[in-house]
Design a binder for this molecule. Structure first.
Ligand code: UDX
Length: 435
């Protein structure tokens, strides 16, 4: 099966490589020529565990190619996936679909045989239908259908999520298109992945609803964590106590500095705007967005309190900058909201991260000092803030940590360590929601 994947960003690259791994012949098209050159050189533009091996193997075996040219691959493709970015539009929070429509205008004149044009990007409800209108307008002769096939990949675990998804959602309105997409995902029959076929709008909404619901769980537990601190309860026991109820489920109930990344913040905001626009406001999702912003402010206050009320002149060692482990992605990372106000108030920050330093430099205040080695980061620090739960920070040599530091304040915003043993070791230990 011939596939053109428009956009070699996070979604396009992972999906393209995995479809090639399934045996399809995939051409990834990206307008960024330097990215294409890098990929053709065997260098990955992002850090994602396992991706480089899959890309390399499929390139070597001739099933995966990268180019900046739309001609030459779109015309022969049975499936043309659109996986370009849909960032939050400045000012109103709506997803910006201009890159999607630009891509579709380039694809439309090149369509030769029957093909299915599939939205893979997270796009506002109604986009697939609009894509169909654009194609017909540009190329009235085109023999095509549109489809919506959202992805539910988690960064850092994207390859295994792709190979063993909980479900595949396909929005289509023609038998022919449905058959093509079912054939593409046939390799997943072996692991019995449910395939849900819906109308276009339904598939588009499923993606937003899934992300908003997961974000709701996180904001809910973060609110409970604040209450736990006030009443002297333990949020981990609360999460377990409710999560063991099968109707609630245990996942996504881990408190922390609030959700970040390329999806939850953007998609919750976009859903709020869409719901408003259609006259059915979502007060729940609106609150989820507000609680997440408040959680970041609460983390700043927590750090300030742990430092005796002022961070001025204090040396703070920060462990972890990316929004979650196993990625170099800094998009909407809690570090971007938490660290600049501390710097502004006179804190001296030394930070480390296994894969995020290069990306962080461009986004955080210049005065932050970056250190590769975890223990060196701690030299002479008054306090340590554990901000991202990378594995290397889960088993720190705590005697060495203490020995390196000038002070003894340990602020664990991911609840990696246990309060009692940390206190016995002589740390003034602060975490989230464990009163
Ligand atoms: C998410 C969705 O999980 C995925 O299905 C969708 O396609 C894209 O968005 P991702 O952003 O890669 O994936 O990461 P995820 O592991 O879901 O975490 C998102 C954010 O929530 C991170 O900032 C994480 O730290 C936070 N989180 C997650 C919590 O604070 N607590 C939790 O219990 C789970």
């Amino acid at each position: 099966m011939n596939i053109a994947m428009i956009g070699a960003g996070y979604v396009g690259l992972v999906s393209g490589a995995c479809f090639a791994e399934f045996g399809a012949s995939v051409t990834c098209v990206d307008v960024d020529a330097s990215k294409v050159a890098r990929l053709n050189d065997g260098r990955m533009p992002i850090y994602e565990p396992g991706l480089d091996e899959i890309v390399q193997r499929n390139v070597e075996q001739g099933r995966l190619r990268f180019t900046s040219e739309f001609d030459g691959c779109v015309g022969d493709a049975e499936l043309v996936f659109v996986a370009v970015g849909t960032p939050s539009r400045r000012g109103d929070g709506h997803a910006d679909v201009s890159f999607v429509y630009d891509a579709v205008r380039q694809i439309a004149p090149l369509l030769r045989n029957y093909s299915v044009v599939v939205d893979k990007s997270t796009v506002p409800i109604g986009t697939a239908r609009q894509v169909a209108r654009i194609i017909t307008e540009v190329n009235p002769e085109a023999d095509f259908d549109v489809a919506s096939n959202p992805e539910f990949l988690r960064e850092g675990a994207a390859i295994s999520d792709f190979m063993r998804p909980d479900r595949i959602v396909i929005g289509v309105e023609s038998q022919r298109a449905e058959e093509k997409l079912r054939a593409l995902y046939r390799p997943l029959n072996l692991v019995e992945v449910p395939i849900l076929v819906t109308r276009l709008e339904t598939a588009e909404l499923i993606k937003y609803a899934a992300n908003a619901f997961l974000a709701t769980k996180i904001s809910f537990i973060n609110e409970m964590a604040a209450l736990c601190e006030a009443v002297g309860a333990d949020v981990h026991d609360v999460a377990r106590g409710i999560g063991l109820d099968g109707r609630i489920g245990r996942k996504f109930l881990h408190p922390g500095p609030g959700f970040g990344g390329s999806c939850f913040p953007k998609d919750t905001l976009a859903l709020v705007r869409t719901a408003q626009e259609f006259g059915t406001p979502s007060r729940i999702v609106q609150s989820v967005v507000e609680v997440n912003a408040a959680q970041r402010r609460r983390m700043i206050a927590k750090i300030r309190n742990a430092l005796g009320g002022s961070e001025a002149g204090k040396v703070i060692a920060v462990l972890g900058l990316t929004y979650k482990p196993e990625t170099d992605d800094m998009r909407e990372s809690p570090s971007l909201a938490i660290l600049p106000p501390l710097v502004e108030k006179g804190a001296r920050i030394r930070a480390t991260d296994p894969h995020g330093i290069e990306e962080a430099r461009g986004h955080l205040p210049d005065s932050i000092e970056y250190v590769e080695d975890v223990y060196e980061t701690l030299d002479g620090a008054d306090a340590v803030v554990l901000l991202t739960e990378w594995n290397v920070y889960r088993g720190l040599d705590l005697e060495e940590v203490k020995g390196r530091m000038r002070g003894n304040v340990f602020i664990d915003l991911r609840n990696v360590y246990e309060p009692a043993p940390m206190a016995s070791l002589g740390f003034e230990y602060t975490c989230v929601g464990r009163g």
